[in-house]
Design a protein around this ligand. Sequence first.
Ligand code: ADP
Length: 179
Amino acid sequence: MARGPVIIVTGTPGTGKTTHAQMLAEESPVPLKHINVGDLVKEKNLYEEYDEEWQSYTVDEDKLLDELEPIVSEGGIILDWHTCEIFPERWADLVVVLRCDHTKLWDRLEKRGYPLKKIQENNEAEIMEVVLDEARSSYPPEIVVELQSEGTEDLEANVARIVQWINAWKEQHAEGAEQ
Ligand code: ADP
């Protein structure tokens, strides 16, 4: 039996994935390991090249999936990344898509020092709901949850809601529970 659920936290860059994942790892009733996939790609050289113009890495998806498979199959994982469609459907127990008002998102990305072009691209992606569409077309609708992430109250309420979901998961997966 898996030790814990696999939760994908996704959304346009700047919507609050890492902030949510860190808080969730602290507050979860079962141990969850937070994997910041972007950091893992850099640390383990799981990319084909670095694109100077866009200041981003072109990920080697096969290498990334090979690296993640044994880790994810243990369960108890939060996958924090700005895209989710490459992860096999069977991996995910819950897919959280974070959303943010685009003007607020623009400010967050500007503070991060992103080049204008990259801010524009991400801003447009948020308006067009690109990540939400991706999640909805890659996973069953009942496991995809869209959550607003604009202020601290949202952050706290979202984490509390996911903790509740984990408690239910725990009960369903307790020894002797009917599947
Ligand atoms: P991501 O991992 O999606 O790129 P981060 O978690 O790094 O986003 O958040 C980007 C910035 O926005 C950080 O400065 C973070 O503190 C802030 N932020 C994100 N979500 C919220 C929220 N719900 N309330 C307040 N600040 C937030």
